[in-house]
Design a protein around this ligand. Structure first.
Ligand code: RP5
Length: 180
């Protein structure tokens, strides 16, 4: 009986650990990017995707970025989102250090409205891809939705959640009534 209890407890620990293991990582270059990147976090929460989110700068903490990215696959990660503004090299450096799919979110910068971030995220050399999304909050939201779509290719339940999300969105658009 005691050993059964031990096994049950052990199994529950294992189950919880597995469910809590982040499979999507959200990295951003600065705490000032969090207001934008909350959009990714909110979508992943809505879909129940275990994820982590943290500040790691390609320029201010380059070794830590390389360590995070190169160890991500072994930690069970499936997709990494990298967001940065201005000289936005974070997603590219992550991609250089992992075989996982990397999605880039250009943060809207105060000086150039995010055009600098967009170009430095999207213009990767052939051989190291970054899937770059739109500038700012739309990009952050879509990066998470794209991560969900990638995960949904091997998860039928998640695919149905994604379908329901799209259907709800369509219904909301069709229900719009404009005031004359
Ligand atoms: C980038 O520089 C960050 O991703 C951020 O968007 C921008 C400004 O950073 P802070 O000066 O606000 O820390 O590296």
């Amino acid at each position: 009986m005691a050993s059964l209890l031990y096994l049950t407890t052990k199994y529950r620990e294992l189950f919880v650990a597995t469910n809590d293991t982040p499979i999507v990582g959200i990295l951003m270059g600065s705490a000032s990017d969090w207001d934008t990147m909350k959009e990714s976090h909110k979508v992943l929460e809505e879909f129940g995707i275990p994820h982590d989110y943290r500040v790691l700068s390609a320029h201010r903490a380059p070794v830590a970025v390389a360590e995070y990215a190169s160890g991500a696959e072994a930690r069970g990660m499936k997709v990494i989102i990298g967001a940065a503004g201005a000289a936005a090299h974070l997603a590219g450096v992550i991609a250089a250090n992992t075989l996982l799919p990397v999605l880039g979110v250009p943060i809207e910068s105060p000086s150039l409205k995010g055009m600098d971030s967009l170009l430095s995220t999207v213009q990767m050399p052939g051989g190291i891809p970054v899937g770059t999304l739109a500038i700012g909050k739309a990009g952050a939201k879509n990066a998470a939705l794209l991560a969900v779509a990638v995960l949904a290719t091997t998860d039928a339940g998640l695919r149905e959640k994604l379908r329901a999300y799209r259907e709800k969105q369509t219904a909301a658009v069709l229900a719009v009534k404009l005031e004359a």
